[in-house]
Unconditional design. Structure first.
Length: 201
């Protein structure tokens, strides 16, 4: 509209600024905020810092993030966009944690939900046998073994031994026969009737 000013003077920073330097405010007569955008940003940061310090909470420092990267607030690392899972509901389309942090927290959550233990409790039995599987005494113990009937955690085994116990359905009698078979004492059940076998003593 003709005759309308194209600039506005802000008393705070004592500058004549174009109208685009002020955000809109419908409640004011000229329709613009009292402070310029730059001063609002500085005032807002200082106000946030004072409020957090008054509550005794830590103040996050601003980190310079190059284009195509994002800061993970969990680990504090600046990672490229490829190191983040997508999240359509987020403003930038990326998850709030990097892939590495999500993996760590996913493992912690799985142990807590599935077995009711923490990573420290899982690693306690590992510390005694020098961190190796107590069945094969060779591979590193990394997988929680539990009773499928009671849910009680029995210990931590390597992947192969943990899977083997599951394949044997946790039955000691089957495992003993398998051990006898492997040791060379092979024997065969005797057919005594149709569909009926007698096991050797």
């Amino acid at each position: 509209m003709a005759g309308e000013p194209s600039e506005k003077r802000y008393a705070g920073c004592k500058r004549e600024l174009p109208l685009a330097a002020f955000a809109r405010d419908r409640n004011r007569r000229d329709g613009l905020q009292m402070r310029c955008r730059e001063c609002v940003a500085q005032y807002g940061a200082a106000h946030y810092r004072r409020r957090r310090e008054a509550m005794g909470k830590p103040v996050r420092e601003k980190v310079a993030v190059p284009p195509g990267h994002k800061l993970c607030r969990t680990c504090g690392e600046v990672e490229p966009r490829g190191e983040w899972h997508r999240n359509a509901t987020a403003s930038d389309g990326l998850s709030t944690r990097c892939k590495a942090c999500r993996a760590v927290q996913g493992r912690q959550g799985h142990l807590k939900r599935q077995y009711g233990i923490t990573e420290a409790e899982r690693d306690e039995p590992v510390a005694s046998p020098a961190g190796v599987c107590c069945v094969c005494l060779a591979a590193p113990a990394e997988h929680v073994d539990h009773c499928h009937e009671t849910g009680r955690v029995r210990g931590v085994l390597c992947f192969s031994c943990n899977a083997a116990l599951g394949q044997f359905k946790d039955r000691p009698d089957v495992m003993r026969r398998a051990a006898t078979y492997v040791e060379g004492n092979a024997w065969k059940p005797t057919l005594v009737a149709p569909g009926v076998y007698q096991l050797p003593s």
